[in-house]
Design a protein around this ligand. Sequence first.
Ligand code: ADP
Length: 363
Amino acid sequence: MKILVLNSGSSSVKYALFEDDKQISNGLVERVEDHLATIKEILGNIGKVDAVGHRVVHGGEKYKNSVIIDSDAIETIRDLISLAPLHNGANLAGIEAVAKLYPDITQVAVFDTSFHQSIPDFAYTYAIPISFYEQHKIRKYGFHGTSHKYITNEAGKFLNIAEQNLNLITFHLGNGDSVCAVKNGKSFDTSMGFTPLEGLVMGSRCGDIDPQILIYLAKQKGLSVDEIDKILNKESGLKGICGSSDMRDIEAKAQNGDKLALLALDIFAYRAKKYLGSYAVALGRVDGIVFAGGIGENSPLIRMKILQDLEILGIEIDEQKNQVRSREPFEINTENSKIKILVIHTDEEKEIAKQTMRLAGDN
Ligand code: ADP
């Protein structure tokens, strides 16, 4: 079965072509102005496919799983644009372009949020007046779900533990960063919230801060809503602290003694360590900690900074194993560590292809 995976962003379209579960090609079109023309060109180049799987950022509370796209799904994705204005609109443009060009192709939507729909109410409800949830659906949704789900599956296979018994703490550390507490194979809590701004320190997003800071900036400093939005999403995080959002650059600067780069690394790792501790307590038992994403997979330094001095949890990292580089899953804990520590290459496109094949195959 030939599956095209599409990630239609506001100004770019990423694609990957799968023959069953093997990726055979991929590509990225940038500076996209017209999704229809771009997707026509992509489909023209790769030829006929059996199904198309779309990354869709927001599935709201309706989608606990991936779905075959029909007119009802299109309307729901459209309704959810208000919750993810930058993403869902572009995702929908991709879906509508394929529908227009090839009305008979089965299309599947795979949502970043759906893995997290298992989070219990006491973990997803914010302590603000309940009417904001009831009327405006303001709650934690969580994102990066496709990646957390994929690495949960891979960790289960590696550890040889059935998913329904598997408790993990999964870190997806890239430009955007999130951590998920996985209980019995399902998401129990995650660091991103109503939007992907909450939680860990990211490339240019602040993660958790005192919300009163926003009010202070508006009232005392006269900043507009748009200015605050830009500061928190584009000018904060690692970039806000040391001027760079790229972990490789920051590590290089820190090696040369740059104080702000060193501080950025400490802040990043300390925030991650605090989430690790709170999720270990929330889960009660942890079988494994997993690192994925550009930073999680490639930075022994960050892994070490997050995991060192965690005897309280029985975590022991093996310095030698931590230096290994591989696309295959590997273990970086010592023999004595009470919790396994794994590095797993995440593959969101492969997960989307898998889900698409499952649903389109049944169709
Ligand atoms: P995205 O979230 O956009 O998919 P990635 O998962 O590719 O991004 O992660 C990008 C981040 O990974 C960047 O901060 C980059 O510097 C970091 N990274 C990639 N390789 C390394 C490395 N060898 N050491 C440290 N950080 C790395």
